[in-house]
Design a protein around this ligand. Structure first.
Ligand code: BTN
Length: 328
């Protein structure tokens, strides 16, 4: 059951010319027009602006540009109960907040979002720069009760889904670089950090962290990153509606998780991966621990291991490692 503010926002967003009468809102919510007005005042207090269109009703004129949980809920396509969202102005790391919430017994699934992280983490202990600049910092939290072996393709599956969503939403063709980077035009758009807690041979807690450069200006990045990174806004040539985009991401991640758990993801995984794989056919070098291996990338196997064909022509499988394109 959605909050009245969410219902009001959804009505205003869904209506063709954006104008909805107070009477229609009152009918929809089963409350008086005065009660509707009070909920709209509450929304005004949170940065929403409405126009009163003479003898026709209300129009939403200025939705907040920054992440806003009510606006995200309003943009989500209703599919059963609304997802449990925690939306914070600032946090150390959304993955860390997810773990604290899990430890406090919060039921899953839930999603942690923040406008800014003070200790955003990347893979291999790297820092993930997380300014309040219109980018997305999100953690999706599940209790899958699956054997750890089943999780090897999880991040890859999620990455391929995110690429397809970006392709549809932004009319761009992004790519995924095994195992966890999202790319566009040779520059990094985002990264995924999946962390799991294993209990008696089962994954008990699973935190899927996503950092995506949505609306940041590339020159706002530290100089060492500016050459390697980009944002969706820079690639598309226009800013994205962050709350609408975030809602689309949440819907897609939750649906992709369900398909992963029931196994139906296998029907589409290989095609989706092959569409977005930026390494396939490219000369690459993989470093893992002290080991270094060069060859031509040849996609992934059923377990999500990267295949690299070395000089002897035989493919070798790698479950982990850092890959660079040989020409970069
Ligand atoms: C990488 O490319 O190394 C992975 C980056 C993952 C960053 C995201 S931002 C949201 C979540 N919280 C974190 O501290 N990290 C992940």
């Amino acid at each position: 059951m959605s909050a009245p503010e969410v219902v009001i926002l959804r009505e205003l967003l869904d209506h063709e010319d954006g104008v909805v009468s107070g009477a229609a809102l009152a009918r929809k919510l089963g409350m008086s027009r005065v009660a509707v007005w009070m909920h709209m005042e509450k929304l005004r207090g949170q940065g929403f602006a409405f126009d009163a269109v003479r003898s026709r009703g209300y129009r939403l004129v200025r939705p907040p540009a920054a992440l806003h949980p009510l606006l995200i809920q309003a943009h989500l396509q209703p599919r059963g109960a609304p997802p449990d969202l925690i939306c914070l102005p600032e946090v150390d790391s959304t993955n860390d907040e997810a773990e604290r919430q899990l430890a406090a017994g919060r039921p899953t699934p839930f999603v942690v979002l923040a406008r800014r992280q003070t200790q955003g983490r990347g893979r291999l202990g790297r820092v993930w720069h997380s300014e309040d600049n219109g980018n997305l910092y999100a953690s999706f939290v599940f209790r899958p009760h699956l054997a750890p072996g089943r999780m090897q393709t999880f991040t890859l599956w999620m990455g391929a889904n995110l690429c397809e969503l970006v392709a549809n939403f932004c009319r761009l063709e992004p790519g995924i670089k095994w195992p966890n980077d999202l790319y566009f035009g040779g520059r990094k758009l985002g990264g995924m950090l999946t962390e799991a807690r294993v209990d008696a041979d089962q994954i008990r807690d699973l935190v899927f962290g996503l950092g995506l450069n949505v609306n940041s200006a590339p020159d706002a990045l530290p100089p060492e990153l500016a050459r390697q990174a980009t944002s969706l806004a820079a690639c598309a040539g226009r800013p994205l509606e962050l709350n609408r985009f975030t809602a689309a991401i949440i819907g897609r991640v939750l649906a992709a998780y369900d398909k992963f758990i029931d196994g139906s993801y296998r029907q589409t995984f290989a095609d989706l991966w092959n569409r977005f794989d930026v390494l396939r056919g490219q000369p690459v070098t993989l470093v893992e621990g002290g080991r270094r291996f060069s060859g031509v990338a040849g996609g992934i196997d059923d377990e999500g291991s990267l295949l690299i064909r070395g000089e002897n022509g035989r493919p070798q499988r790698f479950q982990a490692g850092e890959v660079t394109l040989a020409k970069s």
